[in-house]
Design a protein. Structure first.
Length: 293
């Protein structure tokens, strides 16, 4: 199944349900950053919720940045996204390897840690960007973002994020974000809660290769869901270039670059987001300031 995000309304329009398949997106990130299995799971979950949140932005010029700083050995993760959504990101410590948890599963909470915070920045073209900060509550990411939405955006949500890792890499990745609309009753919310419990873990739904429509029906308990948006294709894509790197070097100033050149006749920069390397020789570096003398 191709990576896609689909949006639905359930329970007579009182419940919003956004479902995402992000298998190829996460697979690409794992390959670029050479992530260990437990880091693949943690970063895959963050990429999935970031893709869902980016798809909510209305304008192509809108930007989303999500940073998690944490106490565990992973140290932290960062994702930036456009509303397309095109995403990129990196992990501070990509090769973390710790024992399985008590249930015999990858210990995401142990690797990420449950002390720290989520920092969300939305640049929506206004005078000032929206900034939301929320503490980590479990390190499992889905619970942490449920808390973020409740505290920072005053949204009553249910979030599930799952990444299945096998010996060949990413078997499946995806998730959902359910939001109660303002006119949803306690009865409506209880019905959805019961449906989520009955549906079971998102990893189980992914293993069954269910379509996004089938997942939406299971987790809302409504077989008459209404599809309101589709053809949203999340993709891992970095927009770095030699020109961007050149501008970053130029910002160091002629004096600093001259010092570097005395020690080495060239500079090599590596993009954090895609590991692409860019080399600049002495002539290229000196030509940056040729018109300033």
């Amino acid at each position: 199944m191709k990576d896609e995000i689909k949006k639905f309304l359930a329970i007579n329009g009182k419940i919003s349900c956004v479902c995402a398949n992000t298998t190829s997106l996460v697979e690409e990130a794992v390959k670029i950053h050479d992530l260990s299995p437990v880091v693949s799971t943690a970063f895959g979950r963050l990429l999935t919720i970031s893709a869902i949140m980016a798809s909510e932005m209305k304008n192509k010029k809108n930007k989303l940045t999500i940073q998690i700083n944490s106490s565990g050995p992973i140290g932290g993760m960062l994702v930036t996204a456009e509303n397309t959504p095109k995403l990129k990101g990196y992990v501070k410590n990509p090769h973390v390897d710790i024992p399985l948890n008590d249930m015999g599963k990858l210990d995401v909470s142990g690797a990420l840690g449950n002390e720290g915070y989520i920092n969300v920045i939305k640049d929506l073209g206004l005078k000032e960007p929206y900034i939301g900060i929320s503490p980590l509550v479990s390190g499992e990411i889905a619970e942490d973002f449920t808390e973020y939405f409740a505290k920072s955006e005053q949204r009553n949500t249910a979030i599930a994020l799952g990444v299945l890792v096998n010996k060949d890499g990413i078997k499946a990745s995806g998730g959902y974000l359910i939001t109660a609309m303002p006119d949803a009753t306690d009865e409506d919310i209880t019905k959805v809660e019961q449906a989520i419990f009955k549906a079971g873990a998102i990893s189980r739904l992914l293993e069954q290769n269910l379509s996004l429509e089938e997942i939406a029906m299971k987790v809302t308990g409504d077989n008459n869901i209404k599809l309101i948006e589709e053809n949203i294709f999340p993709k891992y894509e970095c927009d770095c270039s030699k020109e961007h790197m050149k501008e970053a070097l130029k910002a160091l100033g002629k004096e600093e670059l001259t010092k570097i050149l005395k020690e080495d006749k060239k500079i090599e920069l590596t993009c954090h987001f895609c590991n692409q390397k860019y080399s600049f020789d002495e002539n290229e570096l000196l030509s940056m300031f040729v018109n300033e003398d």
